[in-house]
Write a protein that binds this ligand. Structure first.
Ligand SMILES: [Mg+2]
Length: 203
């Protein structure tokens, strides 16, 4: 299978680093657990523009370079690596592609097939396709995400998605092609089951 993998909160614990950055630079005492919806402003306050500027500042900081990986991600990819192709699809902007590649090389031995930047939130990038359109274009069989919005776009464009469970993706109203799972261990089992089902369908 060709599996699409989001980076932030799927491979990289963006919020862990962001909380440290914010506490150090803006003298606050926020923690990763405070972030319970997709809008960071709920926790850090300020306007959308101020938040975006803080994220750009975070991208340039040492805190961003030393983000920890999401628990279980490395082991899961290592387990699945021989039988599947992994294509990274992130909403990060193009201009941090080098930092992103360096971080990935440091934390993952996986030989990622491709790396695509959808530039969703940072519209200055050249690629204006959303993740749903990108997954369709890239012929992705399954997308692993933490954003309900992105997962729904994928499902609507014909790519089933898996949501790694976080408070911000808790909902009673999921598209039928989206499966919400508690951990990377569950994601591995889901992919292995999906692979078997596909093999059975082929006979
Ligand atoms: Mg994400």
């Amino acid at each position: 299978m060709r599996i699409g993998v989001d980076i932030d909160q799927i491979l990289a614990d963006f919020l862990q680093g962001f909380a440290k950055f914010h506490n150090t630079v803006y003298d606050t005492t926020v923690s990763k657990e405070d972030f319970r919806d997709f809008n960071l402003c709920t926790v850090i306050g300020g306007t959308e523009e101020e938040k975006n500027n803080k994220i750009l500042e975070y991208y340039d900081s040492e805190f961003f370079k030393s983000i920890p990986s999401v628990p279980g991600a490395r082991e899961a990819l290592q387990k699945l690596h021989d039988e599947h192709e992994f294509v990274l699809i992130t909403s990060r902007p193009n201009h941090i592609s080098e930092t992103t590649k360096q971080w990935l090389a440091k934390h993952f031995k996986t030989n990622f097939k491709e790396l695509h930047f959808s530039n969703d939130w940072f519209k200055k990038g050249s690629n204006k396709l959303n993740k749903g359109e990108l997954c369709k274009q890239l012929k992705i069989d399954l997308m692993i995400e933490d954003s309900v919005n992105n997962a729904t776009l994928c499902a609507q464009h014909g790519t089933p998605a898996v949501l790694l469970a976080y408070p911000w993706n808790e909902t009673d109203n999921l598209h039928s092609e989206i499966t919400r799972l508690a951990s990377w261990t569950d994601i591995v089992e889901h992919i292995q089951r999906e692979k078997k089902a596909r093999e059975t369908r082929q006979f």
